[in-house]
Design a protein around this ligand. Structure first.
Ligand SMILES: NC(=O)c1ccc[n+]([C@@H]2O[C@H](COP(=O)([O-])OP(=O)(O)OC[C@H]3O[C@@H](n4cnc5c(N)ncnc54)[C@H](OP(=O)(O)O)[C@@H]3O)[C@@H](O)[C@H]2O)c1
Length: 268
């Protein structure tokens, strides 16, 4: 495997205003990339764009869009198929819910699927057309270790991330011969405001289980350069995923029930 630098220089990042997406924006701007930043909060996006342009002098565009809506996806699809071209797409925006499936509103479950699944499908599709035509480009789909087979009770979230990982691996295989890479980035618990925003109590999660956003981004970009189909940052989670991939599903269901209770807690 080579560790050669990526040639592309303009990246579009969804969910770029906070957390892992913001860390991608800061890291890529520092590395000399022009950026297109997407999230719903226009004020926060513009402030980050102004800060990054001031510090690094690169062009930073912003698109305020709700990717759980048709119009939001269409606005970003329009940018992905326009010039100047986007050579790296980071599908990072995602949410989880903190309500057991049977008690949650179906509208909330559908909104999660539209953002975590449908937007990823639509934006990947829009980006790949021009990338395949040019014969280069890359897509990073931010998934989760939660997608590796622990069937968490009540969690549409883990099912959505299982889809993202499977989708990325399969599309990645089909476009690799055409010079384009698609990789699933599967972090474990990462310190952002994500769980607080979803109302998930993480106070009992041991400190050693938490990853830093910068480390997740560094390892993700390194794995993309190496041509990996799936990136699992940190040796701790690599070990955990190896276990999850080989453990009998009956055992996983038992562990999941014991650790999260019958109605469960939303994801990581
Ligand atoms: N943190 C973890 O422990 C962890 C672990 C594994 C995987 N992940 C995954 O990593 C990704 C990023 O997580 P994070 O922890 O960085 O999340 P975060 O801190 O909550 O940030 C989420 C970002 O997504 C944007 N966003 C949310 N809903 C949106 C929508 N409907 N349309 C467009 N943008 C939207 C938010 O901005 P606005 O609110 O302004 O829209 C924000 O920029 C997610 O896909 C998550 O599932 C996280």
């Amino acid at each position: 495997m080579t560790d050669a630098p990526l040639s592309p220089r303009r990246a579009l990042i969804t969910g770029a205003s906070l957390g892992i997406g913001e860390a991608f924006a800061r890291r890529l701007a520092a590395d000399g990339w022009d950026l297109v930043l997407v999230a719903r909060d226009a004020g926060r996006l513009d402030a980050l764009a102004a800060e990054l342009t001031g510090r690094h002098g690169h062009r930073v565009e912003t698109i305020a869009a709700d990717l759980s809506t048709d119009d939001g996806c269409a606005a970003v699809e329009g940018r992905l198929t326009a010039d100047p071209p986007v050579e790296l797409l980071v599908n990072n925006a995602g949410i989880s819910l903190n309500t057991p499936f049977v008690r949650s509103a179906v509208a909330d479950e559908a909104r999660l699927v539209r953002l975590n699944v449908l937007a990823v499908l639509r934006l990947t599709h829009a980006a790949l057309g021009p990338m395949v035509e040019r014969g280069h480009g890359a897509v990073i789909n931010v998934s989760s270790v939660a997608g590796f087979g622990v069937p968490m009770p009540g969690s549409t979230y883990s099912a959505s991330k299982a889809w993202v990982t499977n989708f990325s691996e399969s599309i990645g295989q089909s476009v690799a011969p055409l010079g384009v890479r698609v990789m699933a980035l599967c972090p474990g618990y990462t310190r952002t405001g994500y769980h607080e925003r979803a109302g998930i109590d993480m106070s009992r999660t041991p400190a050693w289980m938490w990853l830093r956003t910068d480390d997740v981004v560094d390892e993700g970009l390194r794995d993309l350069r190496k041509g990996k189909a799936v990136s699992v940052p940190s040796w701790k989670y690599k070990l955990a995923v190896a276990g999850l991939r080989h453990a009998p599903r009956r055992l996983l269901r038992g562990v999941s029930r014991d650790t999260r209770g019958r109605v469960g807690r939303a994801g990581d």
